[in-house]
Design a binder for this molecule. Structure first.
Ligand code: GLN
Length: 482
């Protein structure tokens, strides 16, 4: 048995039965990372020493009879979640070399559970992108086809899980950055309700949309990872202490009512992706689900709404990178010239573009025409979805309109990349929880199916995802690495 190709749940059984130690698990994964990652390039930093130390501590807890789902399980963290003393860059030159003085709540909670940190994963700079090509350092490759992107912005985390370099990883999802790379890499990716997982120590992109979510190779592992990370935190005032029923979450749903918006089953979606959605709908219906077509016209306005609100918030959040407090510093005659040079040299093109757009839509004279209007559209989107959730347990959509595209394919067409977020953005604008699971393969590339539920209904989301996974089958490993 290859220790890197089994699920976290199987690792748990081996650890509890003392058939394998946490150190052996950590070593197997580190060895695989050192062998495969020079090609895949999922990691910005690999923490060999820390991982082995944490694994030793986890093993001691296991030997004392303790168990919890993630104790001794290796995981990877997207490099926009701060880790005390471990370089955190957001894949930006402006933060190169920065070692945060504190841990993000998610990193802290996972450490408390005894999970073992393998390293920090690559992303589009400041999580702005859908392909990981906008990393300030290097692009990550899709383990299913090295000439293609893994999706983004959490492409490093998705590729790491797909390639067996970590059974679990965390990403952040502002407009689809967990679900879309999960779909393109053929793994499970989940975005919790806004307010479920603490954003403390998540480097802010768009604060009203950002949420941290897990990647895993099956739904059960994703539930475990979610449960370990969720729950109120006094350091994040946007959190809500809403109930969550773990028992319901772990039981496959029976006869759920599911709506399929017609706006995601049209020519905007690649025919092969649509065909796999139809297959999934048929299999789910055969398994007792009641599935109906619905109409959610606001979906059509998601991309334009998002690409006003997200840059507006980003332009404000990124104002803090001034060369004074941390990161890059380029000396100059005056403070303003120093800041200008730091921001010019430290930010990549995509980030600069978003700061400029964000500043523009917030400027006086344009504020109402863009920003206020986008907020009205966001409210309408939420209202339309809410109305659906009064009639359906979940909505089913493709996660991404296409399978993984070639690296560089959209280099000259920034709009095409943004349209890749068409199916994922609504859940962020509404704050709803959503999950992407594998629906099959087209031309050797994975296709993701997305389920979206009402806010704080994660237990329903997971139970329907378990049902869907049972009829669709758990994802395979790419041949490249087996
Ligand atoms: N692709 C979207 C963007 O570029 C979403 C990014 C994200 O979710 N972090 O903004």
């Amino acid at each position: 048995m290859n220790l890197c190709e089994i699920s976290a749940s199987q690792m748990r059984e081996l650890l509890d039965a003392k058939k394998v130690s946490a150190q052996e698990l950590a070593k197997a994964h580190l060895e695989r990372i050192h062998r495969l990652d020079p090609t895949v390039r999922a990691f910005l930093k690999v923490c060999d020493e820390i991982a082995l130390k944490q694994a030793g501590a986890a093993q001691e807890r296991i030997m004392q009879g303790e168990t919890n789902p993630l104790l001794g399980i290796p995981f990877a963290l997207k490099d926009n979640m701060v880790t005390q003393g471990i370089e955190t860059t957001c894949a930006s030159k402006i933060l190169e070399g920065w070692k945060p003085p504190y841990d993000s709540t998610v990193a802290l909670r996972l450490a408390q559970h005894g999970a073992v940190l393998l390293g920090k994963t690559n992303l589009d700079e400041f999580a702005m992108g859908s392909s990981t090509e906008f990393s300030g350092f290097f692009p990550t490759r899709n383990p299913w086809d090295l000439a293609r992107v893994p999706g983004g912005s959490s492409g490093g985390s998705a590729a790491a899980v797909a390639a067996g370099m970590a059974p679990i990883a965390f990403g952040s999802d502002t407009g689809g950055s967990v679900r879309q790379p999960a779909a393109l890499c053929g793994v499970v990716g989940m975005k919790p309700t806004y307010g479920r997982v603490s954003r403390f120590g998540l480097i802010a992109f768009s604060s009203s949309l950002d949420q941290i979510g897990p990647f895993a190779r099956n739904v059960r592992d994703a539930i475990w990872a979610y449960e370990a990370s969720a729950g109120v935190d006094p350091n994040d005032s946007t959190m809500q202490d809403a109930p969550y029923d773990s028992q319901i979450a772990h039981r496959p749903a029976k006869a759920p009512k599911i709506g399929v918006p017609e706006q995601v089953m049209n020519e905007k979606i690649q025919p092969e992706v649509r065909a796999l959605m139809q297959n999934a709908i048929k299999s789910l219906s055969d398994a007792g689900a009641v599935i109906e077509q619905v109409s959610l016209p606001m979906i059509e306005h998601g991309v334009s709404t998002y690409y006003i609100i997200a840059p507006a918030e980003a332009s404000s959040n990124l104002a803090r990178y001034d060369g004074v407090r941390y990161g890059l510093r380029i000396e100059a005659e005056s403070a303003s010239e120093m800041m200008r040079r730091v921001r010019e040299a430290g930010f990549g093109k995509e980030v600069k573009e978003r700061i400029i757009i964000g500043t523009y839509v917030l400027s006086s004279g344009y504020y109402d025409a863009f920003y206020t209007k986008a907020h009205k559209a966001r409210t309408l989107m939420k209202t339309q979805f809410r109305e659906m959730f009064s009639r359906y347990d979940a909505l089913l959509l493709p996660t991404s309109p296409t399978t993984a595209f070639k690296i560089g394919e959209f280099a000259g067409d920034p709009m095409a990349l943004k349209i890749a977020d068409y199916c994922t953005i609504p859940a962020n604008l509404g704050g709803f929880p959503a999950i992407s699971i594998n629906a099959g393969y087209s031309g050797g590339l994975p296709v993701g199916l997305q389920l979206v539920c009402d806010s704080f209904c994660e237990q329903t989301l997971f139970s329907i995802a378990l049902l869907a996974e049972s009829v669709l089958g758990a994802p395979k490993m790419p041949e490249l690495v087996t």
